[in-house]
Each structure stands twice: as C-alpha cells, then as structure tokens.
Design a binder for this molecule. Structure first.
Ligand SMILES: *Cc1c(COP(=O)(O)O)cnc(C)c1O
Length: 377
C-alpha cells in the first residue's frame, strides 16, 4: 500500500506535471512575474467557471476576506456576525479592521452557522454576516440572503473550503458557492480544493461598483497610477501561481468528484457504528466538496485514537480544537458559554480523516478498518 497522506499534492502534480512545468517556465522566460497574462487569463477562466461577473485575484484567502470587507462601507464598531466554529482567519480580519466580531453557535448536522442563533445575534449595529462553507459544505444561502435582506446586511461568503460546490435553490436553480452573497472570498493555499504552489486567493462579486473599488484596494488604493484615493493594500496573485491554477482549474470538478467518492466510501464503512457520526451527505447534489471529511466521535477517547492512527501511519487532524470565542484573542465578556453548546461539544468530538483525490480503495479500507477495530475494542 502506498503511504497515506493527509493531502496528496505530489500525486496530483504527476498528472499535470507537463503543463505546469511548461507554463511556469514560460512565466520565467517572459519575466511577467506580476500581473502577467497568466493572471488575467486565470481571472477570466475562473469567472467563466463560477459564472460570476468579477474575480479579483489577490495574495491569499485571509487578504481576500479583509479586502472584501474593506470594499464595503463598514465603519469602526459595526458588528459582523460569523460562526464560532471556523478557521481563525475569518474572525481575525473582522477584528483587524476594528469591526466588532460577533460569534454565534453552529448547526450540529452540517457544522455551519446556526440560522436561529444568527438571527438572535442581530442588533441595530449589525452590518454584515460572514457565512463560512465549512469543510466544503455550502451554507443554506437562500436563508442567509433572506435574513440579510430583512435586516439590510451585507453577506461576505468565506468559501476558502468550498470552491466548486453548488448551492441549489428551492426552485432547482444552482449557483456556485462564493457567488451568492454580495461578495465572496477564497484561498488557493496548496491544500485547499483548488490550491496553487504557494499562497493565493481571490475575491468574487457580481457588483460592478464593488469590483472597481476592490481592484483599487488590492493595488495600494490606486485607480490612476500614483493617485491614491483610498487606503489600500498590496495583495497580488503571482503569475507563477496563476499558471499553476490554470492547469488545475479544468480538473477542479474531477478533483471534487474524487473527494465525494472517497467520502461516500468512508461513510459506507462507518454506517453501522454507533460511536461515529458521519458528515451530512446530500444525495444527488454537489453542495459538499469535502475539503475535510470530519467525523464526530461518541464515547471514544479521541487523543488515544489520534495516537493510534499516527502509529499506524494514518495522518488525521482535529479541525478545530478550540472554539473561537474561547481563544485569547477573541474572548469577550459579552459571550455566554450556554450560547455555544454545539461548538463546545464539536471541538471535543471531531476528527478529520485523510481527504484528497489520490486515495485508493486499499487505503480507505485500511483507514476505516483501523478506526473500527480501535473503537470496537
Ligand atoms: C484557509 C482558510 C482561510 C484563509 O486562507 P489563507 O489563504 O490561508 O489566508 C480563511 N478561511 C477559511 C475557512 C479557511 O479554511
């Protein structure tokens, strides 16, 4: 059996090596390292893939979130609601911009922001919501947009883990994750579903005016060269990274299918265990692209299981071990532990298994058998 990787970037590279190597060499030979033709071509191709009017590439996913918020007319002290159970980048940028983060609990079934908790957290100071498509599971965006409209709030989608996922509306129509809110932000960190070979990110919007504002912000607030109209940042996607992403984008749907297949196999293997809750899988829809395949363990010593898996050569991860509201940087006396029942429970129960497009059946069997043997002993 091949060595099991949490994320198999080498295996994926072998398949696209020729194109990637050639296009990286082309960038080097042309010396168009910044804002070269590869970046513009990737931008257009991603706009087509997502069916969104504007893609603005930038340096990483955290920047993408920050710049998206900088582009909206938010002021110091405005409240921005997001999920307690997510990667810290989501809340970090809210705090960094001197906006007030308001963390709320999540849903135990899909791990995404709890809609009732979200509505209860809205005050006259609330200006925006940041739904996070956690682990690749799209948030119920129709409900989010209804709440946003009712309370006149901006919606900034954090789709760092959800690129390529489809959201299906009640009427059957579909949109890509990240293109439903007023603005979306994603990451091309190597281990994301669409990853480059370094850092990268992008912002999506269908709003022409917002796109124009954001294009200036990513480039030092310039709309005319050396005229700085707003305070901006320097956040660019390198041409070499764009070249890698152009090779991978046509394969994204296949990559996501590969992840969904692996997820189904895991879920089938665990179906009879009463100590494992498998992640929610929607049949006949692509609303989950399995950035992570995350189990909830019931009456299992997680630390011992993690150690056992490591001894057997099976990597795994705990995303995330501490709720954001309990992190030193984001703790706030306003928070009441009773309001974070689900997150407080999830951080103790979750474990994420190896998930990538190169997992074969032998590896999946070995992983699931090792877990079941440990749990049943
Ligand atoms: C990875 C990630 C980010 C940040 O992306 P970077 O490119 O690493 O800055 C933001 N939000 C979520 C949910 C992520 O998983």
């Amino acid at each position: 059996m091949r060595k099991i990787q949490m994320v198999d970037l080498q295996g994926q590279y072998q398949d696209i090596k020729e194109r990637v190597d050639a296009s990286i060499m082309e960038v080097i030979n042309s010396a168009a390292f910044i804002n070269g033709p590869e970046v513009h071509a990737f931008q257009k191709e991603l706009e087509d893939y997502l069916n969104v009017k504007h893609v603005i590439p930038c340096a990483n996913g955290t920047d993408a979130l920050q710049i998206a918020m900088m582009g909206l007319d938010l002021e110091q002290g405005d409240e921005v609601i997001t999920a307690d159970f997510t990667f810290a980048a989501t809340v970090e940028v809210i705090a960094l911009l001197k906006l007030t983060p308001v963390l709320v609990d999540v849903d135990p079934v899909n791990f995404n922001i709890d809609l009732e908790a979200l509505e209860n957290a809205i005050t006259p100071k609330t200006k925006a919501i940041v739904p996070v498509h956690l682990f690749g599971q799209v948030v119920n965006m129709e409900a989010i947009m209804e709440i946003a409209e009712k309370h006149n709030l901006y919606v900034i989608e954090d789709t760092a883990q959800g690129i390529g996922a489809d959201y299906t509306y009640k009427d059957g129509s579909k949109k890509k994750a990240g293109t439903i809110g007023h603005v979306g932000a994603t990451s091309f960190f190597p281990s994301k579903n669409l990853g480059c070979y370094g850092d990268g990110g992008a912002i999506f919007t269908n709003d022409d005016k917002l796109a124009h504002t954001i294009r200036g912000i990513v480039n030092h607030g310039m709309y005319t060269r050396y005229y700085h109209d707003v305070v901006g940042v320097n956040s660019r996607l390198d041409s070499i990274q764009a070249a890698v992403l152009r090779a991978k984008l046509p394969k994204l749907d296949d990559y996501n299918k590969g992840r969904q297949d692996a997820a189904r196999k895991y879920t089938a293997a665990f179906a009879d265990s009463d100590k494992i809750i498998t992640p929610f899988i929607c049949e006949n829809c692509d609303c989950h692209v399995f950035h992570q395949y995350t189990l909830r363990l019931k009456d299992v010593d997680r630390d011992a299981l993690v150690q056992h898996l490591n001894e057997k050569g099976i990597p795994c991860g705990v995303y995330y071990p501490v709720p954001l509201h309990s992190q030193k940087a984001y703790a706030d006396s306003r928070y009441n532990e009773a309001d974070f029942k689900i997150t407080n429970q999830l951080v103790k129960e979750v474990i994420s298994l190896p998930m990538h497009t190169e997992l074969d059946d032998e590896q999946i069997d070995f992983i699931t058998n090792t877990i079941l043997n440990f749990i049943n002993n």
